[in-house]
Design a protein around this ligand. Sequence first.
Ligand code: XLS
Ligand code: NI
Ligand code: NI
Length: 438
Amino acid sequence: MTAFPTVEKVQYEGPDSDNPLAFRWYNPEEIVEGKTMKEHLRFTVCYWHTFRGSGADPFGMGTMQRPWDDGTDSVENACNRARVAFEFFEKLDAPFYAFHDRDVAPEGSSLSHTNEIFDSVAAVLKEEQERSGVKLLWGTANMFTHPRFMHGAATTCNVDVYTYAAAQVKKAMEVTHMLGGENYVFWGGREGYMNLYNTDMKRELDHLGQFFHMAVDYAKEIGFKGQFLIEPKPKEPTKHQYDSDAAACINFLRAYNLMDHFKLNIETNHATLAGHTMMHELDYAGMQGALGSIDANTGDMLLGWDTDQFPTDYYLTTQTMLCLLKYGLAPGGVNFDAKVRRESFEPIDLFHAHIGGMDAFAKGLKVAAAIRADNALGQIVEERYSSWNSELGKKIESGSVGFKELEALMLEKGDAQVQRSGRQELCENIVNRYLDKV
Ligand code: XLS
Ligand code: NI
Ligand code: NI
């Protein structure tokens, strides 16, 4: 049985290929900066959009044709879908996948029943991982779909729901560990608020900090060595998500003494919803030693929500790869947290979407590496800050002078020297030049 009878394993054919089912840029074994593309990019297919996305939106019902899926919540359907997913990962040559507990397995009539179902499906996932060699980048718990989580999970006003959430994450961590997951993700779901009149923000954040400490303790207890990741997002579904952006997450982690245990999973569309660029979020997380992994997608300039489109823009992927090469990515990866449009309802569209995203990132990797090899942007940055290499600059940077000394110096000098040009347009032209060249 095959779910994708018309598709062979996708191969690299080079930039001139017009085969829509071939890679033009992603050449897994090609070496860039001393590592293969496969090692750099660690491409990951997400289970929720690709295998559970129905195409429903607030105005209309599902549109996707998924002939292998009988549309029921049976365990058999879940196991069968898991096998189809692995056929997809293999044909796409994707080395990793990622899931929420409830994407792969349906809920049962009680928590213990749900856990049993999860175990049965996890056994299939394990078997398929072993058969195919595809690995789990990360697991996570869905604590936002079910009505019990209407007020949040680890920040809920209800202690019973908090307890349920703790039990759910415990189980999701165990399954992630059993499947050799390299990371475990916390995206806030409904951790946030709709209105401050009815919200005790301090208490909710204290509870969240406590929750993460429990996760850290439990990981130690079961020997889970994967990296914990928090995924920032500013809004949606709540009007204010607590993990609103990289800076807010890092402040939270510091305040609750969790910096040693967590890094960030930065998502493009979340960055732009927060009013930042992806490059900003990556650079901010990276400079704080907190860049863990990325959810690769893109938003739409004219739509104000998380549209989760596949990334095809070379500027975006070049900027992203400049940061990933600078700060490193493993054990994180490039996870396509992206969905095909509801008008792209055929199974083959899943291939087009992922191939496009993988090629865009592979090209971005090559362009970024070429820019770095010539230090083309680095040189401009170095020149721009060169005044700081003076005696005075060194004194300030090492903290050995204060306002009084600086005032004395400037009183003597009378005025500050002329600045260097920022050369922004030149930088933009340089990026274009390398995009043309690669
Ligand atoms: C939602 C998030 C979600 C996380 C995983 O906006 O991106 O998909 O990545 O819970
Ligand atoms: Ni995401
Ligand atoms: Ni998202």
